[in-house]
Design a binder for this molecule. Structure first.
Ligand SMILES: [Zn+2]
Length: 690
């Protein structure tokens, strides 16, 4: 899954940057929900449960050369890719096809048509580079930014490497979630985090050097002489370093208070006059508005002087870079390879590029995901799938009600409010009620770069149109084939795309214990996000509003601090460059959701199987199978490079700690496996929020 550091989207039961898998020919094997052969029985479950549940899987499933991380949810994402390819291949066969089939088939065909792409060379870059060439003044720079924003789908908001200078997007008003308003925020970096620009350790210095070489190479491919390209790369790094210095740290930003700044257009325009924001808003294609939320006002104030200090020529270099960089994946082999060498190989440790068809299936999902998703749902997910999932959601919601009821540290006053919020949570399962209408997007079977640009422009327009309108709570943030799930604080909803409702998360023929340990925990995880350290600050309607008594708020913080400290002691990477520990504050929300999800799903399972003795299967009791199923959804291998990047950028802990961190806090786990005090999987100081 993408690492969505969306401002509001608490992405993910899983992770967010769904990588897919190794290049095998033919369809992948059936994925088992519960895999006895994955277990390493030479390890004691109470000593290292992750190693016990996943040891053999890890031994037998090294990271494939075209991946930087390989886990069981990647296996499922891979399985989905094959299904999607089949749909796309069929859409191109002679005969009758629906408009939807034709559209996705043509998009995929254009992406696969490498010879046409080679023939066009750098021609797809020309119109935009010529526009930038025509920029004469600082005001022109901002107008060009407005133009480029209209072509960059704001998928990952502030963290998106394609964003130019800053972020502009729509979201529900933090204080009145029924209305959607405009937001501006920090942005404009290309490397995945501000730390890469400002840290002075050897690894960060090396990364900046490699980045300079990469930027130079892409400028050269676009036609610049090496010595000019080298100077341009330095300029790009200088511009972005300025933006990074003005950017707020990712961990700080988790607190919604740091991003809550409602201002009038006039106020922010005069606080940062060099941005020409009045002109920007008038020319960026968005509806008119008079107030907006400014995520990080200091960013605009600080960059305001940078805008003045740097010559127009430098800003033009930066704009050219952003154009070339964002289009690189749709250009010739030379561009695609250079993009891979830096972003895939150097930054993530991926040894080889994925085969083209996988990249093109993913590109189709990214550009026309709700059309491709409709075909995917028709083929894989019937109403029965929705019903079964809904039943589990209801069971886990009722467990949460019971859990809140049992809390000894929370007053009745806050509990009543918590019930109100819990009852108001909306469940979205499988796919949206209404399919998106892409009929206005022109897709041609021989224009990959153009298709991508038009699909991007369509999505930007669709999103901008929400500004000033009542909030559309029915719009999904992930496409149906996605192997992931999410909770949205301003919507107070939990969402499970059809893509994740399959083995290893959910198996139709599996016992309840295994399904509750898989998708059950995912459901509990998303539900708990509504009550984690960020989610708890939003009310039942999705407004940023405190519904806690001050005492209960303090009790919550005490427990959350315990979790933050606990996870900060876990080692995320240990390689020849040294040891890096997890950032317990960055991962606090996800770790809280993992611990809560595990508890809630276990409670729901207990409710179902009650005290009736159930015969062990494969030698394991239902309770043990529940925890093993949980452990096994997180079996994974990861390159050291990817692990290092994720410590800085991923709000989720690595698989080992998602499992061991949660079970060492769980009395039910310790009981299921007969663990004794003093063993590693029995935390001396168990942290428990929910
Ligand atoms: Zn999550």
């Amino acid at each position: 899954m993408r690492v969505i550091s969306l401002v509001f989207l608490l992405c993910a039961a899983i992770f967010c940057s769904a990588q897919s898998t190794p290049s095998t020919s033919g369809a992948p094997k059936e994925i088992p929900s519960f895999d006895v052969t994955a277990i390493d029985k030479t390890i004691e479950p109470c000593v290292d449960f992750y190693q016990y549940a996943c040891g053999n899987w890890m031994k037998n499933n090294p990271v494939p050369p075209d991946k930087s991380r390989w886990g069981r949810s990647n296996e499922l994402a891979e399985h989905n890719l094959y299904i999607l390819r089949d749909i796309l291949d069929q859409a191109q066969t002679p005969g009758q096809h629906s408009a939807t089939e034709k559209m996705v088939g043509d998009f995929y065909a254009a992406c696969m048509d490498e010879s046409t792409i080679e023939q066009k060379g750098t021609a797809p870059l020309t119109p935009e580079l010529e526009r930038i060439n025509g920029v004469k003044t600082k005001a022109d720079v901002i107008k060009q930014v407005a133009h480029m924003h209209q072509m960059t789908r704001p998928e990952m908001f502030t963290q998106d490497s394609r964003l130019v200078l800053f972020a502009f997007y729509q979201q529900p008003d933090m204080h009145d979630s029924s209305a959607t308003i405009a937001y501006i925020d920090q942005g404009g970096l290309t490397l995945p985090d501000r730390d890469y620009y400002v840290n002075d350790d050897a690894k960060s210095v090396e990364t900046r050097q490699k980045y300079l070489e990469h930027v130079q190479k892409l400028f050269e491919l676009a036609g610049d002489q090496p010595e000019i390209a080298a100077a341009e790369a330095k300029t790009v790094l200088a511009v972005e370093t300025g933006l990074a210095k003005a950017s707020m740290d990712r961990t700080l930003r988790r607190d919604p208070r740091t991003r809550d700044h409602r201002m009038t257009v006039a106020e922010i325009a005069s606080a940062a006059p060099n941005f020409d924001l009045i002109e920007y808003f008038a020319s960026n294609g968005s509806p008119k508005f008079s107030t907006l939320n400014v995520g990080n006002p200091d960013f605009f104030k600080q960059v305001n002087s940078q805008l003045d200090a740097m010559p127009v020529a430098d800003w033009k270099t930066y704009l050219r870079w952003k154009t070339i960089n964002s289009q690189a994946p749709t250009l010739t082999k030379a561009f695609v390879e250079e993009d891979f060498l830096f972003n895939g190989k150097y930054m993530s440790g991926q040894q080889e590029m994925e085969p083209r068809w996988k990249r093109c299936v993913k590109a189709t999902d990214q550009s026309l995901g709700m059309a491709l998703g409709q075909l995917y749902v028709d083929r894989t997910f019937g109403p029965a799938g929705k019903e079964r999932t809904l039943k589990m959601v209801k069971a886990i919601e009722s467990a949460m009600k019971q859990d809140i009821n049992q809390l000894t540290w929370m007053s009745d006053t806050t509990k009543q409010q918590a019930y109100v919020k819990l009852n108001a949570i909306v469940n979205n399962i499988g796919y949206p009620d209404q399919w998106r209408d892409y009929s206005s997007v022109v897709i041609k079977s021989d224009d990959d770069a153009g298709n991508t640009a038009r699909a991007n422009a369509f999505e930007v327009k669709r999103q901008y149109a929400k500004i000033g309108k009542p909030t559309d709570r029915k719009d999904w943030s992930m496409t149906p084939p996605t192997v992931n799930a999410y909770y949205r604080p301003p919507m107070n909803d939990i969402n499970f795309p059809a893509g994740i409702l399959q083995p290893p998360f959910y198996g139709k023929l599996m016992d309840d214990a295994v399904n509750y340990g898989g998708i059950g925990v995912v459901i509990g995880h998303e539900l708990t996000h509504g009550f984690d350290d960020q989610g708890r600050k939003y009310d039942a309607q999705g407004n940023f509003k405190d519904w806690w008594t001050p005492e209960d708020g303090k009790e919550f913080e005490k427990r959350a601090d315990c979790t933050a400290n606990e996870y900060s002691s876990f080692v995320a990477v240990k390689d020849d460059k040294g040891e890096v520990k997890l950032n317990g504050k960055l991962t606090l929300g996800e770790n809280t959701a993992d611990n809560g999800g595990l508890k809630l799903a276990y409670m729901a399972l207990t409710e179902i199987i009650g005290n009736t003795p159930v015969k062990p299967i494969d030698g394991y009791t239902p309770q043990q199978r529940f925890f093993l199923a949980y452990g096994q959804i997180w079996c994974q291998n990861v390159t050291d490079q990817e692990a290092r990047k994720r410590v800085l950028t991923d709000p989720h802990s690595p698989g080992r700690w998602r499992v061991n961190g949660a079970v060492q806090n769980s009395a039910a786990f310790q009981q299921a496996f007969g663990c004794k005090a003093g063993q590693p999987m029995v935390s001396e100081n168990a942290c428990r929020v929910w």
